[in-house]
Ligand binder design. Structure first.
Ligand SMILES: CC(C)(COP(=O)(O)OP(=O)(O)OC[C@H]1O[C@@H](n2cnc3c(N)ncnc32)[C@H](O)[C@@H]1OP(=O)(O)O)[C@@H](O)C(=O)NCCC(=O)NCCSC(=O)C[C@H](O)C(=O)O
Ligand SMILES: [Mg+2]
Length: 363
């Protein structure tokens, strides 16, 4: 572990100065595409400006035979697509590199950083097990950035998809000033934990609690009676841990993939649970998931109206007031300020949302 004094020193001579604060850039949907898939790649230029993050995926879901084509495709797309990536791009450009034990990852890094390092905002690292994985990436990125003469450090995002990664979550978040955030990788995590599921994210009908049985006249439990069951969220524990670890380290938590592309209703529910718990965004695997993510991860007009009323009613921010029959105080004000600040950040990049928030009246 580096000392506090050394933590923000560049790890290679000539590498850019690490950031002391991770910018809160809106990233409601991190949209995955396979740069080796010509049909998908052709759609990318027209998606710029409609989604907060475009992520060129090089890892799972890209066939082994297409790994090189995906890497080269990403370089081409980044170089040829206007307004994508870097500080001035209206849509951020991220990539998911191959796993650190794979035969492709070194070439991913040594190709991407010199070619498009100035456009790559964040590198997502899969199957992170502990701080040592982040330290490896941190050092090699510093060397490659120095060699490429980059002025701005590339940030790093870890996917939680092993039991060890979850157990080491706090040290992963604090392993480098490059750490931008965490995503849940429910499919790999389920396999690693030996969970008995076969899905990519989302719930399971078997994971439930059941209402207590009614009692007969003699007091016996009627276990065969009709009883309501309530499906539970398989991912609640992990997402809650991610949210706390990220908040503690000033970085951002995200839900991950929802593989049932057709079930847009359950997808929306899963995204909303993550939003309410503190996540700032999610992955989108198919174009139709972008609209869901953008909507769910933007506070509603009603929530912003309420938040602004609380802010107005609280005056100097101390004490307690009654609003619509409810007590508001310093702590509920802080929650409202989180929403108001998010609305301001989103309004700055989304004119439609800005118009909706601007039209709010407080009577
Ligand atoms: C899921 C898909 C395989 C579905 O593809 P397809 O069958 O082609 O869908 P459609 O026919 O509905 O597509 C309609 C058109 O839209 C284009 N398309 C589809 N997906 C995308 C996309 N992601 N970006 C851009 N364009 C897209 C199609 O080409 C069609 O075009 P056209 O014919 O011209 O109309 C596919 O969506 C897909 O592969 N998505 C990405 C999957 C992915 O990235 N998976 C990896 C992330 S999840 C994961 O890794 C698990 C995680 O790590 C964990 O452990 O949990
Ligand atoms: Mg995975």
């Amino acid at each position: 572990m580096r000392s506090a004094k050394d933590f923000f020193r560049p790890l290679a001579v000539g590498a850019p100065q690490p950031l002391t604060e991770i910018p809160a850039r809106p990233s409601r949907a991190i949209h995955f595409f396979d740069p080796s898939n010509e049909k998908m790649a052709a759609k990318i230029p027209q998606m710029v400006g409609t989604v907060d993050v475009l992520l060129g995926n090089l890892e799972d879901a890209v066939k082994a035979d297409n790994k090189v084509a995906a890497r080269e495709g990403l370089v081409r797309i980044a170089q040829e697509t206007a307004d994508l990536g870097g500080q001035s791009g209206s849509t951020q450009l991220w990539t998911r590199i191959n796993a650190l034990d794979s035969p492709w990852v070194l070439d991913d890094l040594t190709t991407l950083v010199p070619a498009i390092g100035d456009k790559l905002d964040v590198i997502m690292v899969p199957k992170v097990q502990g701080a040592e994985d982040i330290h490896y990436i941190d050092r090699i990125l510093a060397q490659l950035e120095a060699k490429a003469g980059l002025a701005r450090p590339i940030l790093v995002h870890a996917i939680l998809e092993t039991a060890r990664g979850v157990a080491n979550i706090e040290e992963i978040c604090g392993a480098s000033p490059r750490m931008q955030g965490l995503s849940l990788g429910p499919a790999d995590l389920a396999a690693d934990r030996r969970m008995k599921t076969t899905r990519v994210g989302g719930g399971h009908p078997g994971y439930l609690v059941r209402q207590d049985p009614p009692r007969g006249d003699d007091g016996t439990a009627q276990i065969d009676a009709d009883r309501t069951t309530y499906q539970q969220d398989l991912w609640h524990y992990t997402i809650a841990r991610m949210v706390d670890a990220c908040a503690m380290h000033g970085i951002y938590p995200y839900y991950g993939p929802f593989g049932d592309i057709a079930d847009v209703v359950a997808c929306e529910d899963q995204f909303r649970n993550a939003f309410l718990l503190g996540c700032v965004g999610t992955w989108s695997l198919h174009p139709k998931q972008i609209e869901i993510a953008n909507r769910v991860f933007s506070p509603s007009v009603e929530d912003i109206r309420h938040a602004r009323r609380v802010v107005a009613a609280m005056g100097d921010g101390t004490g307690a007031v009654m609003l619509d029959g409810k007590m508001e105080d310093d702590a509920s004000l802080k929650q409202c300020l989180v929403m108001v600040q998010l609305a301001e950040e989103l309004a700055a990049i989304d004119p439609k949302l800005k118009a909706q928030y601007d039209a709010i009246t407080l009577d």
